[in-house]
Write a protein that binds this ligand. Sequence first.
Ligand code: SF4
Ligand code: SF4
Length: 215
Amino acid sequence: MIISNQKKKDELLAALDGAERLFLVGCGACATACKSGGEEEVFQMQEWIESVDREVTGSVVIDEACHIMRAGRDLRHHRQAVEDADALLVLACGAGIQSISASSDKRVVGGLDSLFLGNIKRFGQFEEKCSLCGDCILNETAGICPVTNCAKGLLNGPCGGMEESKCEVDREIDCAWHLIYERLKKQKRPGVFARTVAPKNWDKRRKPGRFNIKK
Ligand code: SF4
Ligand code: SF4
């Protein structure tokens, strides 16, 4: 899921400059799980908006704000409240904010910062495991991603800074390449250590990404 966090209130206030009447949009998927843009957070945002002498014309929590057609449909269901607003304040990830931008000509203000694609460790705790590089090498690295877990994203590690299995960038965390080595050893297979990993095909990560499921 996309991990997101609410912007600081002073930053948000600056972004809302000139917008006195707001329609609030939340997301029922990732932003709800992150407690940054679900029903509860939209309600709290409404209270805060009113406390800074602005008006809320209405609100909606879209099932998945990144779903462009659904976002458009839900905004149409609130046509008058959207029309009455100076801006739409969106509590969703960057993809969700842009779904709303694509669905309305109104000014859109993003209330969240999108941080990373995260795994859920336990409730409220998320960890980044994959950077979506588009050319996955997990099959060779015993299921541990060096692109994400190595502070330098090295494809051939470890670097010279590893000390007693700890990363030179942060001595509190294990070197990703040490973890890869140990796991491959347990599995009795050499993986990437049997060869030099070729440069990745970064072309697969070209932006903006497009993907169509072919029938
Ligand atoms: S190698 Fe690329 S696709 Fe695979 S887990 Fe790492 S970042 Fe994600
Ligand atoms: S010590 Fe290991 S994890 Fe840290 S930067 Fe070097 S190779 Fe990457």
